[in-house]
Design a protein around this ligand. Sequence first.
Ligand SMILES: [Mg+2]
Length: 219
Amino acid sequence: MNQRGFIFDFDGVVADTTEAHYVAWGRLCAENGWAFDRSLGDQLRGLTRRQCLRLILGGTLDLPEATIQAYLDRKNDYFLERANQMTEADVLPGVLPLMQQMCSAGYKIALGSASHNARHMAHLLGIAPYLDAISDPYTVVNGKPAPDTFLWAAGALGVNPKRCVVFEDASAGVQAALAGGFHVVGLGDPALVGNAHLVLPHLQHATLSQFEPFFASNS
Ligand SMILES: [Mg+2]
């Protein structure tokens, strides 16, 4: 296990699909006469589709499973209608140059995402060629804050978590990475990701050399 690696959360780290999710949920709510506004939309960030629906419906999902699934599918259709228009230009600043540096230097790279669309979006955004593995809800049962998403990715890369850095923009994701024994770089608001080993506002202008000290103590 001499490999060293990096795991990127997808949403908010590689690309920002917040608005596409917001619009999709808003459309589903409008169709069904459910209350929805920006404040509720903000609370849905980082949650699974099912958790989002439960929150929108006031905290319970007292519906037949087929009905729930139909709502979730329709929301995803609306999301993809919008997300499918995204291109490489929608990859957040700094991510592609960083992935290129990592690949050239022989690091392994994975996505560790709670999104069922992670694989699809990776191809759409042109980052798939840089990825050695994609961990998503199809690969693990327990999502973040459980460490499973990242542990599966590390296993797929053949790296020990101690020799792997995770990039996360959500509190549950930072918690998951810490629980798995990874080095964690939190991106964004320190109020959300302050528990990470290093906090940066974003990856714009980030360079590989900034993260290499993480590997120094575990050689
Ligand atoms: Mg995220």
